[in-house]
Design a protein around this ligand. Structure first.
Ligand code: F0G
Length: 419
């Protein structure tokens, strides 16, 4: 079983490099971070987690964006576009209609390539430089490939992306393409693509930058740090709950790590840790199944389908890190319908916040949990919206209103408007 407990005073093991090492959450062994390229534990195959000889505190942060939090990261600076520092929108009408004390939307679609993946890549590609690799690779439902292509280009490295054929939104493929990634379309779903790319990485063909890579999650931790700082500045306390869409459960794992480190450093009381609440689409909900059935790991779903193609995932690789996080924080997981996702996408759009379908799942999930009475009316909630509306222009156009053809004259337009 995964052991995610952090020691009170971390003592760097001999394998540490500049106070950083990789710790196996299954067998507890420590590994050197930058000597050999490893993604999982060489001894037992368990998931690895970056560990430090220090814990972050709020007064140690300086600057803006992801690298403001460099005391909590393996390097002082990275390959940057720059990323992070995303808005925490107020959505008063939506708050009223869902019925919670406070509702804020952390819009990760405002990152440079339009998703939270940029936070992981600014760190992950910096690590790739440290390791001296020349080719980066990922499997992707789209956003990871767009971010990897952009950050790889920025670093002057080759990138290879494997995508499930016919299931990636147009904006994401356009990004990977223009930034110069080599794009391979696989006749299979995301999970099959990840199996293949892991095979390539194991053979030394490319450096894997999926969220299985523990350094990616270090960058994504900064979502939590930004939310906590901004929410406290505005409301004088930390939010009760953070609701987020779940695919591979990388963000869920990253947020939990953020909280654990702040608790260990003494800046966050255990009782103030926000409840991590994961949302999946009904057609791709192995994490929800695992929470409902009390499983230690997810069961792989071979057939997955949802309008939220970004989270069309049946085998969440970070489940052993994320399930304990949901449970330990008193959170939960919920599945939402595609129609609920589209309705939430429209609700956000009415407040001026444009997101792709997977992002809207967080708001759809919150509404459902509020209706079921799982979320209370007096809660302060932050919903994470993970990707920008323009990522999936087809879904946006289908959810929005249709253009109306009119004749080419002012009179005709006036007549049309009067109809
Ligand atoms: N939201 C969006 C917009 C995503 O692109 C993803 C994952 C998630 C949520 C789920 O995040 O995996 O941390 O639970 N997209 C990956 C990709 C799989 O390839 O772009 P997670």
């Amino acid at each position: 079983m995964a052991d995610l407990a952090l020691p009170d005073a971390p003592d760097a093991p001999g394998v540490a490099d500049d106070g950083v090492w990789l710790h196996c959450i299954e067998c507890g062994r420590d590994h050197a971070p930058f000597d050999d390229i490893i993604y999982t534990c060489p001894d037992c195959g368990g998931l690895l987690e970056a560990r430090y000889d220090r814990y972050p505190t709020f007064d140690g942060f300086d600057g803006r964006g992801v690298w403001r939090y460099n005391v909590a990261l393996p390097f002082e600076a990275g390959v940057t576009l720059p990323e992070g520092d995303t808005p925490l929108h107020r959505v008063p009408r939506l708050r009223e209609s869902i019925g919670v004390r406070n509702l804020r939307i952390k819009h990760e679609g405002m990152n440079p390539t339009g998703s939270f993946k940029d936070r992981g890549m600014t760190v992950g590609v910096r690590v790739a430089e440290e390791l001296g690799v020349d080719r980066l690779a990922c499997a992707s439902t789209g956003n990871t490939s767009a971010a990897l292509a952009a950050y790889g280009a920025r670093a002057g490295l080759q990138t290879l992306v494997l995508l499930p054929a016919g299931k990636v939104a147009a904006g994401k493929i356009a990004q990977a393409s223009l930034h110069g990634a080599r794009i391979l379309e696989v006749d299979g779903n995301f999970d099959a693509c990840l199996d293949i790319v892991q095979g390539l990485a194991d053979r030394g063909e490319a450096y894997l930058l999926n969220s299985l890579n523990p350094f990616r999650l270090e960058g994504q931790k900064t979502i939590g740090l930004e939310i906590l700082e901004a929410f406290r500045d505005d409301h004088g306390r930390f939010p009760d709950r953070i609701v987020l869409p779940v695919g591979n459960a990388g963000n869920t794992a990253a947020l939990y790590k953020c909280f654990r480190e702040l608790v260990a450093g003494g800046d966050l009381a255990e009782e103030d840790v926000p409840k991590l609440t994961g949302v999946q689409a009904e057609g791709a909900a192995p994490m929800v199944e695992a929470i409902e059935e009390g499983l230690e790991d997810t069961r792989r779903w071979e057939h997955v389908e949802t309008i939220a193609t970004a989270i069309r995932i049946g085998n969440p690789v970070n489940a052993p890190k994320a399930l304990p996080g949901i449970r330990a924080t008193g959170g939960t997981a919920v599945a939402v319908s595609d129609s609920g996702i589209t309705a939430a996408q429209r609700d956000l759009a009415e407040e001026g916040v444009g997101v792709e379908p997977a992002s809207a799942a967080s708001v759809a999930g919150l509404r459902k949990l509020r209706e079921e009475g799982v979320v209370d009316a007096d809660e302060d909630v932050v919903c994470l919206t993970t990707g920008h509306l323009l990522k999936d222009p087809d879904a946006a156009a289908a959810a929005g209103s249709d253009p109306e053809p009119v004749a080419n004259s002012t009179e005709a337009v006036l007549e049309h408007l009067a109809e």
